[in-house]
Design a protein around this ligand. Structure first.
Ligand code: K1U
Ligand code: ZN
Length: 173
């Protein structure tokens, strides 16, 4: 497995709509393995392919809160939200592409999602609480949407400027 570098906002690839995966090949399974390793290493509870510069519709997540629990990563290929609850939930979100910035975002509390697993089989599941927030955050990445897009323009601009500064500093080494 290979750790893949995570893109930092602003980057045009984080604003693009990713392409559906036509076939769940061994190359796609290798991409999923690399993304799982990269997510745990970050550490994060989710990661979407555009965050590593791969413009396809694959995400991984493990939003288990119990640090004692065995890792149980999920791989979702071509995920679609097929139902969302009217009830909302507010969660303080972070993003591996926007390090050290957090803000409250309101989203549906529960969602039902359909996707293909690594064997190419169709799966459907309902997610609640942090899992629901995480899967919606990751599907947003596949559609070129970041959690800061839900914030007021001034706050979004402030975070973007901080990230531009961070990228300049990292480039200087
Ligand atoms: O997509 C990403 O950038 C990953 C992101 C997912 C996410 C976090 C919070 C709410 C919604 C979606 C992260 O994983 S940020 C890091 C993080 O939340 C975390 C890291 C270590 C332990 C626990 C949480
Ligand atoms: Zn993110």
């Amino acid at each position: 497995m290979t750790l893949r570098p995570i893109l930092i906002h602003p980057d045009p690839r984080l604003k693009k709509v990713a392409d559906p995966i036509a076939e769940v090949s061994s190359e796609i399974r290798k991409q999923a393995d690399d993304m799982i390793e990269t997510m745990y290493d970050a550490p994060g509870i989710g990661l979407a392919a555009p965050q590593i510069g791969v413009m396809n519709r694959l995400l991984v997540m493990d939003a288990q809160r119990d640090p004692e629990a065995k890792p149980n990563p999920m791989v979702l290929i071509n995920p679609e939200v097929i139902w969302e609850s009217e009830e909302k939930n507010v969660y303080e979100e972070g993003c591996l592409s926007i390090p050290d910035q957090f803000a409250e975002v309101e989203r549906p509390k529960m969602v039902r999602v359909r996707w293909l697993d690594v064997d190419g089989k169709t799966v459907e599941e309902e997610f609640d609480e942090l899992w629901a927030t995480c899967v919606q955050h990751e599907i947003d990445h596949l559609n070129g949407v970041l959690f800061i897009d839900y914030l007021k323009p001034l706050k979004r601009q402030m975070i973007t400027r901080k990230m531009q500064k961070l990228k300049r500093e990292r480039a200087r080494g």
